[in-house]
Design a binder for this molecule. Structure first.
Ligand code: PMV
Length: 315
């Protein structure tokens, strides 16, 4: 029996979430401490079985609805390869990425499934980072409505990126930090649906386009300054930019009491900067720390109610 495995990491958005949907630049990075893993195996029974043990699901592809993201990951690959049928398979997805928490779990699961299946079927040309990213984007459209494309880009390429959504092709620049950045990722424990929050920002933008365009411009300016600061190793400046970005996110109404509490505690415990990451209204926040402050800030976040804290080094 042939078995093919593939994994994809979680991601954090360092700068520019939401504004990135409206064509402003953003910076995001993979978090390899949490991952999705897909396993594709030849099956002894007829059909394609989809198994997600973490959520207790086990069903046939032929029974899955059009809006099922797992099935959709399989179907976009079939469409791209021009396949109307698959051999008998068992596809299993597992993930340690918390769902609905701004860490890109949906994109990572789709990318892992698409890559594992492409490799299993011998479709190497569909297993490249670019193709996996494009196909994951198609799955993301089902989940998000209007995804910017940043999540699929980061999880497929597994590199920090400076990203601009644009036609005919997104601008994707991989970044290398001159000095490693030490980040703590703190979970509010509050689930938040990206599609709802993104839709809510859109409504507010439609009601007051001038104000929201100004906010998005501010976020975009911060992201491009951050790109240079990362390359120069200007860590203090990056902290400052994170806090400025958080102020704009607050204005967009995508922060929350829980996020604000964790951000405030991180700052009063010595973080260089802190902000929410991802869609907001729950999910995760990130704090820029140093070797000497990390321990205290980690403890303080847990005491302030974070349901989980982990470290991510960006280099
Ligand atoms: O919450 P997440 O991890 O799905 O991130 C969403 C990021 C947004 O900028 C809010 C939306 C997008 O498509 O870029």
């Amino acid at each position: 029996m042939t078995v093919t495995k593939s994994t994809a990491p979680g991601k954090i958005i360092l700068f520019g979430e939401h504004a990135v949907v409206y064509g402003r630049p953003a910076v995001a990075a993979p978090v390899t401490q949490v991952r999705a893993q897909a396993t594709v195996a030849d099956a002894g029974e007829a059909g394609v079985r989809l198994v997600a043990p973490d959520i207790g699901r086990d069903y046939l592809l032929s029974d899955a609805g059009a809006n099922d993201p797992f099935a959709r990951s399989v179907r976009v690959l079939m469409d791209e390869a021009g396949l109307s049928e698959l051999p008998d398979l068992r596809i299993t997805i597992r993930s340690t990425i918390p769902i609905a928490s701004g860490l890109g779990s949906g994109a990572a699961m789709a990318a892992a499934v698409i890559r594992a299946l492409a490799l299993h079927l011998g479709l190497k040309h569909l297993a490249t980072d670019e193709r996996v990213s494009d196909l994951t984007y198609q799955v993301e459209r089902l989940l998000h409505g209007t995804p910017s494309g940043i999540d699929n880009t980061v999880v497929a390429h597994e590199k920090p990126v400076y990203f601009v959504r644009q036609e005919p092709q997104n601008r994707i620049e991989t970044l290398t930090a001159a000095k490693p950045l030490r980040l703590l990722v703190g979970d509010t424990g509050v689930a938040s649906g990206t599609k709802i929050v993104v839709g809510d920002v859109r409504r507010q933008w439609q009601e007051d386009p001038e104000r929201f365009e100004r906010i998005f411009d501010g976020c975009g300016r911060i992201a491009s300054l951050a790109r240079r600061a990362i390359k120069r190793g200007a860590v203090r400046e990056l902290g400052q930019l994170m806090s400025e970005n958080q102020a704009f996110l607050r204005e967009m109404t995508v922060s929350s009491a829980e996020l604000e509490r964790l951000v405030a505690v991180a700052m009063s415990s010595g973080a260089l900067g802190a902000k929410l990451s991802g869609a907001g209204r729950g999910g995760n926040m990130i704090a820029l720390v140093t070797e000497s402050t990390e321990q205290d800030i980690h403890q303080a976040l847990l005491l302030a109610g974070a349901t989980g804290v982990f470290r991510s080094i960006l280099s």
